[in-house]
Structures are given as C-alpha cells and as structure tokens.
Design a protein around this ligand. Structure first.
Ligand SMILES: Cc1cc2nc3c(=O)[nH]c(=O)nc-3n(C[C@H](O)[C@H](O)[C@H](O)COP(=O)(O)O)c2cc1C
Length: 216
C-alpha cells in the first residue's frame, strides 16, 4: 500500500499535490451556487465544498477560496445582496457545470456562456439553475475567516427547497440517485453514485436494519 508523509506532500509538484489532496478526502457534493448583482447581473459557479451544518435551524456552509488575490464574484454578490441559491449538479449537466469554473469577467454571466438557464422562483432575489431538479434558496447568515489557509466559511440559512416529489420517501428523505445528482471526485471528475442500502438508526448491540431488505 502506498504510504505518503507530510514531508512528501510538501515536496510534491503543485498539480500532483492538488489532485492527490483534493481526491483523498473522499467524494464531495456537487453544486452550482448562483447569485446576482444589481449592476453586474447573474453569476453561477461550481462548488464542491457545500456541506450540511445542521437541520434545526436548517443551515449549510461552503468554503470559498482566498478573496484577496482573485475577485470572487459569488462571494462578492452574496455579501452585497445576502442571497444565493445552491443547485444540485445532475448527470446531464456536468460539462456545463464544469465550464462555470472558467475565469470570466465580472460582466460576463456564466449563464450565457454555459447553456445553464437562470430561473426566478417565488420572488427570490438570487437566480436558480433551471435545469437542476433539486435546489435551495439561501440567505447569508455569517462568515468565518479560516486563518490557516485564508479561506472563508460562508454560512447560509435554507429558506426555500425545491425538488421533484417522486424522489422523496414518506419520512422526508430524498433519494438522490433518482434525481441523478452527481458527486465530485477530486477537482475535475464527476461520478454518479448508486445507492447500496439505507439503514435505520444504529443502537448499541442491536442489529443494523435495512429500510429495503426487511428480514422480519
Ligand atoms: C469541481 C470544482 C469544484 C470547485 N469547488 C470550489 C469550492 O468549493 N470553493 C471555491 O472557492 N471554488 C471552487 N471551485 C472553483 C470555482 O468554481 C471557480 O473559482 C469559479 O470561477 C468561481 O466563480 P466566481 O468568481 O464567479 O465566484 C471549484 C471548481 C471546480 C472545477
């Protein structure tokens, strides 16, 4: 088995290290964050760092890279407007979604360049991605500067949720393989996970029970 140490990581060629470290922490969520500025219009970009923070209140977070060196339109628009949307990337959108990572000028909307369409729902300020069938409307709540690598954790409150009801189980759970939501492997690879099983709450010394393969 390959064994790599911190000294070797530090000495690695930049791109090799980027690929290794971005993939070794496992599959990540695949989302498009869409925002809007009154002056510069709509913006959309791919993010692999969106994560659940808590369900009551319903909060999510994402990490944005350093804002000093490169202007970050997503971050800037959120700070200006307080609103953003999180849109699942699905199987038939991966090329358009990946294209949003290209460095376009602030005036250029990635929506026009990628074939992804803006959609406005229920008077929410930020645009949703029309093609995405699972999407969230979020309000900026707070941000935390991470001094160790000059990144920012942006926290959003989930105000709206949209999905096709066919993917939902009676207990609320969304079956994401039915929506063909993808996962990100590293920085540039997209995977389509397939569900293996779903288990009931684990209790000490009790057998793990499947939702699908009931034994009794
Ligand atoms: C697969 C993938 C995942 C990415 N995840 C993030 C991320 O979590 N945070 C981030 O700041 N940038 C991430 N990026 C880079 C942004 O998509 C890219 O910098 C984009 O141009 C930012 O757009 P903006 O300037 O309009 O905000 C990712 C890029 C790719 C290809």
């Amino acid at each position: 088995m390959q064994h790599i140490t911190s000294e070797q990581i530090a000495a690695m060629e930049k791109l090799y290290r980027l690929n290794l470290i971005n993939s070794v922490t496992g599959y990540k969520s695949a989302n498009l964050i869409a925002t809007r500025s009154d002056e510069k219009g709509a913006n959309v970009a791919v993010f692999s760092s969106v994560t659940h923070l808590g369900s009551n209140p319903a909060l999510l977070g994402f990490i944005t890279r350093p804002t000093q060196e490169v202007p970050r339109n997503t971050y800037k628009n959120i700070k200006e407007s307080n609103y953003f949307t999180v849109n699942h990337i699905q199987k038939d959108m991966i090329e358009s979604a990946h294209r949003t990572a290209a460095k376009y000028e602030e005036e250029v909307s990635e929506f026009q360049k990628t074939g992804l369409e803006e959609e406005y729902l229920d008077s929410f300020y930020a645009p949703y991605v029309k093609q995405s069938t699972v999407k969230l409307g979020c309000k900026f709540v707070n941000e935390y500067f991470i001094k160790e690598n000059n990144t920012v954790l942006v926290i959003g409150a989930i105000e709206h949720i949209y999905y096709d009801e066919s993917i939902q189980a009676p207990d609320g759970w969304l079956r994401l393989d039915d929506s063909e939501t993808v996962a990100i492997n590293g920085l540039d690879a997209y995977a389509l996970p397939s569900l293996l099983d779903r288990f009931h709450y684990a209790r000490p010394d009790e057998e793990i029970k499947s939702f699908f393969n009931q034994k009794d």
